[in-house]
Design a protein around this ligand. Sequence first.
Ligand SMILES: *Cc1c(COP(=O)(O)O)cnc(C)c1O
Length: 442
Amino acid sequence: MHDDLDRLPGLLSHHAAALLAGLEDRPAAVVDRPPPPRRPLPAPTGLDGALAEFTERWEPGLSGSAGPRYLGFVTGGVTPAALAGDWLTGVLDQNPTSRLDSSAPALEDETTGWLAEILGLPSHTGMLVSGATMSNATGLAIAREWLGERAGISVADDGVGALGEITVFSAAPHASVHKALSLLGIGRKRLRTVPALPGREAADVTALDEALTALDGRPAIVVANAGTVNTVDFDDLGAISALRDRHPFWLHVDAAFGAFAALSPAHAGLVAALDQADSVCVDLHKWLNVPYDSAVQFTRRRDLQLRVFRNDAPYLGAPGDVPADLTPENSRRFRALPAWFTLRAYGRDGHRAVVERNIAQAHRLGALLETTPGWRLLAPVRLNVVCFAHETRSPDEIIRRASPEVFVTPTTLWGSPGLRAAFSNWRTSDDDVERAHRALLQ
Ligand SMILES: *Cc1c(COP(=O)(O)O)cnc(C)c1O
């Protein structure tokens, strides 16, 4: 192992650098290459042997998901500074779970503070979690504790059964919200779908008002959306927030990637009321362009968060100020470092430029598809996603034909099968948009 240690700098400057340089030419997706058969653990051959085998057996099957024409899901790239931060995360291998041994947790606080600053969340504090799914689950766990507070009990101590039935409202919740409701013992069936405005995924606020009125003063949870995955629709956060004057509910906003609309002055109005939410979910491995896995859970009620996640381990330090007391995990990686690096290196303006470029690219692809015979948009382009379909070709067929040049993902919108192309990578150029369009037509 010590020999390998001496050779690491060379490996980094050769092997990793070559992979990085080849990223734009990697296949966007590898769709027709079966993975190599599993085999028993071979005799050890050191790092050289491991690297040779990885390069031959596994690397060809890996996608160019960090590259410019991977438009599937909502997949961010990795800025150079974020990658440097990620490399250092592995080198330093901090465990920011307690404050006893290093200033790593303080760097995490600075990072979430910078994010709160650029995303317009001055009333919130943030903690790092692995992704938006975990951020939604954490936010909804705090919501559940708030329901307990209203009922004069502690769900953390007495269990969710002490609360009775919980009602959750949302117009177009992300799949992960259903998972979170299952995980938290609230139950998937407790989600009441709020009617959306005609032709939209945004909630009809009048219908939500009526549904809340029917609860007769019983507290509820509302999950609002700031950027749905198919049509990137935004709930009217200001109007929903104002309903709290008349109805008791916890407002959780899933702003996994839509929060970054705040960086574009032309779109910031969509999230102007985000700070009024009680909890907010923001992914960093999407539009901030840091490597997996990284997201933030923002809340205005850290006291309730502590009640839920309190770890009560004297060896971690005084309860309350310990990161492990605030999130589902105890030990974890120094997750904030890549985000700290990219924010410090490029700032609000650098990330604003990425967001604005991606928005323009989505509009460009939308315009190209709209004027190409046989193709149609399933929804207008609102931000960075194009949702579209072909008259006769199935989504699967289009995905296969477009690969390896470009990767898009299938979806269903209002019962119609379609495809989504999501722009969220700093590397994507305007030429990549033209290439993606040509590949889709093949
Ligand atoms: C991506 C996404 C999620 C889930 O995020 P993960 O990072 O995959 O856990 C939740 N909500 C929205 C709106 C998303 O776009």
